[in-house]
Design a protein around this ligand. Structure first.
Ligand SMILES: [Zn+2]
Length: 300
């Protein structure tokens, strides 16, 4: 049994998911959604005949709040939380994470993400690249996949892959977009991570934003690669020609929107993509990436 559970974050459908897998040792969740939607996930679980305490294992793609915010609630009920080595310290002591989120989201923190609390070290299990966890009848393997965040894993079992954010945001009948966010965007790593996903050769790809990819996984990954390359080059061109952050924010919002509309998206779908992956976030991400890793490209 695999079920995509809708968090209905901020009342919207089809934006942020937690993905449940039935095993002989209770439920596995791949990402939890934010803490603010814990009750919605509890309702989704009861719809399929379970409760939050049936979740015994939580595999986090990364620790951004829309993916991991509710992890501590499941840990309190006894679940083991699996996470990348660089993510684990922030689950055990989220103070720094919360402080930096408060700088970004301010008074909106509670409404967007809910409450964040520490997870007992006993409930946290660090997974390194290639580590496998046996949860009968499955063998769940972590693949380290940086690029969107430096502490990102995807997870493979049988011919399925849970793709986190590195595998793209794909909503409704839209195409996959790479969520460029600060401060860890790294283009070369992203392309390598897509190669690792290709090498795992999954037949089915599940995305936290949102659900099962409806067509060929390889076509999806090709589209992702094309966009990661083109979007990063788009930013490079504009940064080199002297655009400032405000100009980039409005230009990139227009660029992304025009692309979605040209592919047949309607205004509602464009709005949903903005909700899942706000376009303004790509700007500080891309500025930081080009300045930090390729300053020579900017001075030519
Ligand atoms: Zn993320």
């Amino acid at each position: 049994m695999i079920q995509v559970l809708d968090t209905h974050q901020l009342g919207a459908s089809g934006i942020v998911a937690a993905t449940a897998l039935g095993t002989k040792d209770g439920l596995v969740l791949f990402d939890t959604g934010p803490e603010s939607t814990f009750d919605n996930i509890a309702a989704e679980l009861s719809r399929i005949g379970f409760g939050p305490a049936d979740v015994r294992h939580v595999f986090l793609s990364h620790i951004h709040f829309d993916h991991a915010g509710a992890a501590w609630r499941f840990a309190e009920l006894g679940a083991t939380i699996y996470v990348h080595p660089k993510g684990a310290p922030h689950l055990i002591d989220p103070a720094k994470l919360v402080a930096s989120a408060e700088r970004i989201f301010g008074a909106d923190m509670q409404r967007l993400w809910g409450r964040i609390a520490p997870i007992s070290e006993r409930n946290v299990r660090v997974l390194h690249d290639g580590d496998r966890v046996r949860i009968p009848p499955f063998d769940i393997r972590a693949i380290e996949t940086p690029g969107h965040a430096s502490h990102h894993h995807v997870y493979v079992w049988e011919d399925n892959l849970f793709g986190g954010d590195i595998a793209g945001v794909r909503l409704g009948n839209g195409s996959p977009l790479p969520p460029f966010v600060p401060p860890e965007l790294h283009i070369e790593s992203w392309l390598e991570s897509l190669e690792k996903i290709r090498a795992a050769n999954p037949a089915k790809l599940y995305l936290p934003h949102f659900g099962l990819v409806p067509d060929s996984v390889s076509a999806h990954l090709d589209a992702m690669e094309e966009r990661v390359r083109r979007w990063s080059a788009w930013f490079l061109d504009r940064i080199r020609s002297g655009a400032d952050e405000q100009q980039l924010i409005s230009a990139f919002a227009d660029y992304e929107k025009a692309e979605l509309l040209a592919e047949g998206a309607d205004e509602t779908l464009v709005h949903d993509y903005e909700a899942a992956d706000p376009s303004y976030m790509a700007v500080p991400a891309a500025l930081r990436y080009w300045r930090k890793y390729h300053p020579e490209q900017l001075s030519q």
